[in-house]
Ligand binder design. Sequence first.
Ligand SMILES: [Zn+2]
Length: 273
Amino acid sequence: MGFSPRLVDVHEHAFLFNPDKALSEYEEAREEGIGVLLTSIDLTSAKRILQASLPENVAYVLGIYPPGELERDREAGFITAFNARPDLLPGIIREAGERLVGIGEIGLDGTHSVTQEDIRVFKEQLRIARRESLPVVVHSRRAEREVISILQEEAPSMPVILHSFTGRQRLIPEALETLNVYVSIPCNVLRSEQMQQLARLTPADRLLLETDAPFLGAERGIPSRSTCLPRSLARIAMLKDIPIAVLKEQLLENTYRVFPRLKEWYARGARSA
Ligand SMILES: [Zn+2]
């Protein structure tokens, strides 16, 4: 059997915020032929993901978000607990098995400040990803220059997804030239001129789709979900003047080039889901 998606949401967190609702949304996404990469923010959330019973279209991307930001989110009551121990990540990778397709979300966040601990945790996870031959999904908000410099030093050939990139767009050509980088565009491309410009700027063979659900929805204030992907596809096809069917095939090809383990999971592992 297996699962043959027409589109894949490469960055998604809905289960961490509202598990029951997320599970029914994943089921709907499956019926619409949409794959989902459910992404942790720390080891506490990674363990919750591993304990969940998920439909076959959902695979894992597990990693640790910048610890300084997690601490602030916890103080604000936005998350209840966190665990930023990258030394424990290899054990989690073993436990996750063939459903794990990448490391993320990792990176830096300069909204408040970037700490030395944030940089250490980011670099350690890049090293783990390199050792495990896994791609990384990178968060870079307000620290884009620093993130790209670290990737140039630590991971020039590793497949890297810059997710929801909101930095200066002149950094993109440099990143495309010096890194094995892909740009994933969230569903707010339907309303955000900045995201539309990013989609225009990025060559079709380096583009991916994401939701960052429940954030960055197609409509402001309404939680995002993976079933918005066909609308993103149509809008980006229009922006780039590429037929929808051609872009859809290109995006799937890109997704499997970055996440070869996802292709394997859908082809055979998904049977045991
Ligand atoms: Zn995210």
